[in-house]
Structure formats: C-alpha cells, structure tokens
Write a protein that binds this ligand. Structure first.
Ligand code: ZN
Length: 87
C-alpha cells in the first residue's frame, strides 16, 4: 500500500467530489488535503468548489443543485484535460 504517498493533481481532482461529500475515508481525505495544501492550482480549484458546494447546501431549497453540480463537473473536466495536454 502507498497510502502515505501524496496524491497527485489528477487524483486530487478525481476524488474532489468524494472528498467534498465526505465519502472517502480519513487516510484518503488526508492525502487529498495534503496535496491541496501543497498545490496552488488545486487549492485554488478546491476553494472554488468548496464555496460552490457550501452555496448549494445553504440554498438547496430554492436553487438548482443538480445544474450547479454539472457546471462544477464541466470545470473539472476542462482542468483535467488541460493538465493531460500539458503533460
Ligand atoms: Zn495539484
């Protein structure tokens, strides 16, 4: 097992939603958190997602969370495609 290995950008982003939903265990959560703390790009990205997520939760009664969720996923897809292109 390599659970103490820091997550890379691809993994951090791939698991971002699980992390935000608290659907991953503590060790994985720590690895994602650790990566986010060391990586400005992902931290910036996570910050945006985190605020959006909070916003969704706060206004879930009259907003359209599903639609917002799709938009967040589209942003992540673009970011991941950009990382793959740049190597
Ligand atoms: Zn990163």
């Amino acid at each position: 097992m390599n659970d103490d290995r820091p997550a890379d950008c691809a993994e951090a982003l791939a698991r971002l939603f699980d992390f935000l939903d608290s659907e991953i265990d503590e060790i994985d959560g720590d690895r994602i958190r650790q990566h986010l703390a060391d990586c400005d790009g992902c931290l910036h990205e996570y910050d945006i997602e985190h605020h959006l997520k909070t916003l969704v939760r706060r206004s879930c009664s009259d907003a359209a969370p599903a639609e917002l969720h799709v938009r967040i996923r589209q942003q992540l897809t673009v970011l991941r495609a950009r990382m793959e292109t740049s190597g």
